[in-house]
Design a protein around this ligand. Sequence first.
Ligand code: MCF
Ligand code: FE
Length: 408
Amino acid sequence: MTLITADFVLTCNEDFEIIEEGAVVFDATILEVGKSAELKAKHPNVTVIETPKNSVILPGLINSHVHLEFSANQSMLRYGDFIPWLRSVIKHREELSALATTELITCKLQEMLKRGTTTLGAISSFGADLEACAATPQRVVYFNEVLGSVPSAVDAMYGDFRGRLEASKAFTCKRFIPAVSVHSPYSTHPILAKKALQIAREEQCVVSTHFMESAAERAWIDEGKGDFETFFSAFNPHAKPMCSSVEFLELFSQNPTLFTHAVQATQNELEIIAEQKATLTHCPVSNRLLGVGKLDLEAVQHQNINLTLGTDGLSSNISLSLWDEMRSALMMHAECELSSLAKMLLQSVTCNAAKALQLPCGVLEKERYADLIVATLPQACEKEDVALQLILHTHQTHLTFIDGEQPC
Ligand code: MCF
Ligand code: FE
């Protein structure tokens, strides 16, 4: 049993309670959270860890959407517009895959850990990140991706997906949870999506999908027009959208789902996402680099949608650090009041993400997994400003615990 103290404990509980001169008592799970003096008096014989002044204890961060298999990209891909980016992904896919070795992915996971990410939702396109994800000290929800739009290839694509899902299931444990990702409305045939969602229900897996990311996707799904029309006509001159956006959303009505991007989602689509009690995953840097527009955060909040934050992959970002992502979001959403946005962002990478991924971490409260980090501010700070100042100043963590242990 360990007792750790700090100037502030940011619980990320329902009330976003911040405890001054606080402490957390834990073994593999959290046993108690409260005032340092009281907990020290109650547990005189436990191992005590004191942190430097101006330190904050908070839940380990959760990156709910990252493509590790694209980690080798630095400057190969084209930014600014979605379809040129997609073409560049297709052009460089082989080269990027060859460079994204288990060693490179392991290195990126270590870097994420140093920066406080203790849980991630890994979107796996090919299964090339399986070994690294299964071996990493972090908690991983491993989303096996399915895609394919050619009806005659549905069986083969489903077979490939099932093979990867089965391979990932062999590693299932407390820290590695297999899951399902349906790529997007423009890339995945509804028959294929239905089959994948059926197996996700049978296996009780959470689901992730990309939804309404770009204006090109909007025009294609709504009218069969725009940049995707040109893009698909090279493969099939008679290509048509495979379903409407609402039909696509309804496929997920019985699965706990994380809808990623939704930058171009309509009010009605946001209402459906809210009704389904689903999650919306925001990837602000990716959205900026792919030139797809900006998520209407106020509309998302208004609908009371569970919001999480993801970095996406290095295919559409320059960093996999959630601190960098939160700083970018803070600057990008100038329409939001600063301190409430800071709070919303910290919730999106802790309690909201744990809820979306169905994991008992992300909040410092009794019985949750003891996944916690310590960040140290450069100077003293008012209690009201802790969330904002943490986002502005944190790059690395001072200490990290997963299941109550310090990972190496
Ligand atoms: O989220 C971003 C942009 N939107 C869609 N897909 C991806 C993103 N980053 C990587 N991807 C992957 C996706 O999983 O790129 C491929 C898929 O395997 C594009 S579809 C040929
Ligand atoms: Fe993505």
